[in-house]
Structures are given as structure tokens and as C-alpha cells.
Design a protein around this ligand. Structure first.
Ligand code: SF4
Length: 243
């Protein structure tokens, strides 16, 4: 039986995208293949998993990492599945653990919990490993940073994702180049112009500023020229004090 290193498990309120406000169990996994400049997530493998037993208390019990896969169902069942919309598998980049998730997620689905995957959208082969058991895919399109671009791999990933419910998130800031937004828009339009696309203003961090109101309106108009469903939704969990 495999093991899986975990950062934390907790029950909270989804703060991003079209499912904002739903209650989810969050399974946060460590490690990431990218280094986004606005990243606010610790991605190192911790020695111990943190599990918030009573939601909102910030009181965590701990468990040694990695966790044997056959212990997960018992661990998750300490949360009441009936009040949760789904299990949010998040990171870091959770698809770095596709081998382990391929074993684990079907067991969780059998227990009646839907699977909501939050991913940076750069590992299409790994997505295929778990795609049959995923219900909703929240996929980032990473605009170029550090002189690296991800257009081709994102397009492949998005094409695979259309077998399931998928929406795309573009995190934007005051200095986002218009040409990058145009390129992202063209990519989505080539796959399917009806794919829900979220412009997510960055939560200010390390000198990176949120876009001005006028910029958001202009960018949404621009994307709506080729895409039929474009919404502006900020991260909400930060201003309601959720994890
Ligand atoms: S993909 Fe997500 S976890 Fe990875 S560096 Fe970027 S923001 Fe952080």
C-alpha cells in the first residue's frame, strides 16, 4: 500500500471561482512544479500533517507524514460528509501525487464524496491518471513569469479537462500585460469558447498589487469578445477569515 505526504486537512468554505461559498473538506498536498511570484502557499513536505478537528478553531491535531493510504477514509470520516459539497484536492500541485491519488480517490468517491481538483494545469498526463474520478476541475492558466510560458501544456490540459466540468482561473495584477490575456483568451477559445473563465484579481502580496477597477472592466470586455462566460471573482476566504 502507498503512502501520501499531506500538508493539512480541514473543513472550510471554498473562497475562489464559481463554487465560492460551498463547504468542502480540503486535502492540501505538498510540493509544486512552479514558483509563481504571488504564491502564498507553503509547499515543503512537513514532518507532520495538520488536521483541524473542529472547523474554525485553528486547533490542529497532528499525524506523522507520510500517511498510509488505507488510513485516509478513517481520517476523512471524522468530518461529516453530508454537509460537504466535495473534497477539494489542492496544493501545492496535487497532480505531482497522481500515482497515489489514482489509488486513493476512487476509495473516497465510493464513500459518497465528490472530487474537486484545484490544479495549475501543467501536468496533463498526470490528469489522465485520475480524470475518471474527478467531478470538477478548477484549472489555472499561468500567464508567463520568469521568462517561462506554459501555453502548449495548458492547451493540452484544457482539452483533456473538457471531458469533465472545468473552469479556468486567470490571476491578474496591475502589471498583467494585455498581450498575455489575449493569448490566454485565444487558447480557451480554440478549445471551447463557452468554458467558464474567471479573472481573479491577485490578493496583494510582496508588492504585487490588485488591478485597478478600470483594468478589470476593460479586461473582462476584451475576453468577452471571444468567450461567452467571463466573470471577475476575487479570493473571498481572505476577507471572511477562512483558511
Ligand atoms: S502553482 Fe499554486 S502552489 Fe504552485 S507556486 Fe503557483 S500559486 Fe504556488
Amino acid at each position: 500500500m502507498h503512502n501520501l505526504p499531506v500538508t493539512e486537512i480541514f473543513s472550510s468554505i471554498q473562497g475562489e471561482g464559481p463554487y465560492v461559498g460551498v463547504r468542502q473538506i480540503f486535502l492540501r498536498l505538498p510540493k509544486c512544479n512552479l514558483r509563481c511570484p504571488y504564491c502564498d502557499t507553503e509547499t515543503k513536505v512537513p514532518q507532520q500533517v495538520r488536521i483541524e478537528k473542529v472547523p474554525g478553531t485553528r486547533l490542529f491535531s497532528t499525524l506523522e507524514n507520510p500517511v498510509p493510504l488505507n488510513q485516509f477514509i478513517n481520517l476523512l470520516q471524522t468530518f461529516d460528509f453530508s454537509i460537504h459539497h466535495s473534497l477539494s484536492v489542492t496544493g501545492g500541485e496535487p497532480l505531482l501525487w497522481a500515482d497515489e491519488l489514482q489509488v486513493l480517490l476512487p476509495l473516497i468517491k465510493e464513500e459518497g464524496l465528490n472530487i474537486y481538483l484545484e490544479t495549475n494545469g501543467t501536468l496533463p498526463d498526470q490528469l489522465l491518471q485520475i480524470l475518471p474520478v474527478v467531478d470538477v476541475i478548477s484549472m489555472d492558466i499561468k500567464l508567463p513569469f520568469d521568462h517561462k510560458t506554459y501555453w502548449d501544456v495548458h492547451e493540452t490540459f484544457l482539452r483533456y479537462s473538457t471531458q469533465k466540468e472545468v473552469f479556468v482561473k486567470l490571476v491578474v495584477n496591475q502589471n498583467t500585460p494585455l498581450k498575455d490575456l489575449q493569448q490566454a483568451c485565444d487558447l480557451i477559445a480554440r478549445v471551447d469558447p463557452s468554458i467558464l473563465t474567471i479573472l481573479q484579481p491577485v490578493t496583494p502580496v510582496q508588492g504585487i498589487q490588485s488591478p485597478k477597477p478600470k483594468q478589470l472592466l476593460e479586461w473582462q470586455s476584451l475576453l468577452l469578445e471571444k468567450l461567452s462566460n467571463v466573470r471577475v471573482i476575487p479570493q473571498t476566504h481572505v476577507f471572511i477569515g477562512q483558511l
